[in-house]
Design a protein around this ligand. Structure first.
Ligand SMILES: Cc1cc2nc3c(=O)[nH]c(=O)nc-3n(C[C@H](O)[C@H](O)[C@H](O)COP(=O)(O)OP(=O)(O)OC[C@H]3O[C@@H](n4cnc5c(N)ncnc54)[C@H](O)[C@@H]3O)c2cc1C
Length: 156
């Protein structure tokens, strides 16, 4: 009997499943992938992007495209809850997605409120990478701050 496989998150842990998604579809199953962006940015290449060795387009994986070209459905959204009794995933938008089989791999994030004291100007690496092109603006900001600091030290 055909089942509905739902993958929440289109990142590293789901990569192999995403590459083989067509195999589920060919067997008559439905596959839905949920993620906040059509792309997944590879954090390992984040430093290279911030150094402007790579453009944001070079370090990302086209999750939505890969899913759709294999016959899957990609939903742009964020899962906020799952109910195993009714086999339903709830999205931030209010949308609900029923599933037979569910896989959650949504990575990690750095909650800013755990930083004690003044957290102005503190950026999480993950946030920077996920920011894509916005990361360049952040990098320019950091460069300016460092430059000002170095100039102040040199004057002393
Ligand atoms: C700098 C750095 C270096 C690392 N180096 C290594 C290494 O060398 N070797 C190693 O094994 N591991 C390494 N890791 C750890 C590895 O990246 C993680 O263990 C892995 O990415 C987790 O896989 P994941 O698919 O759960 O998360 P991710 O690959 O982070 O993917 C999560 C995806 O889910 C999406 N998402 C987030 N929240 C939601 C939501 N609510 N609803 C829907 N989608 C959501 C995100 O947008 C993202 O696309 C490193 C991590 C970092 C930060």
């Amino acid at each position: 009997m055909a089942k509905h496989l739902v993958l929440v998150g289109g990142g590293h842990a789901h990569m192999v499943t995403l590459a083989n998604l067509h195999k589920f579809v060919e067997k008559g199953h439905k596959v839905t992938v949920i993620g906040p962006s059509p792309y997944h940015y590879y954090s390992g290449m984040g430093p290279g992007m911030l150094a402007k060795v790579y453009a944001p387009e070079d370090i990302r994986f086209a999750t939505k495209h890969v899913v759709e070209k294999q016959g899957g459905t990609f939903i742009i959204g964020k899962a906020v809850q799952a109910d195993p009794k009714t086999k339903t995933v709830f999205l931030e938008s209010g949308e609900t997605v029923p599933y037979d089989v569910l896989s959650f791999n949504v990575g990690s994030y750095v909650p800013k409120n755990i930083i004690q004291g003044d957290n102005t100007g503190v950026l999480s690496k993950k946030g920077v990478v996920f920011g894509g092109r916005r990361a360049f603006k952040i990098k320019d900001y950091i460069d300016r701050k460092f430059m000002n600091k170095f100039q102040q030290i040199e004057k002393k």
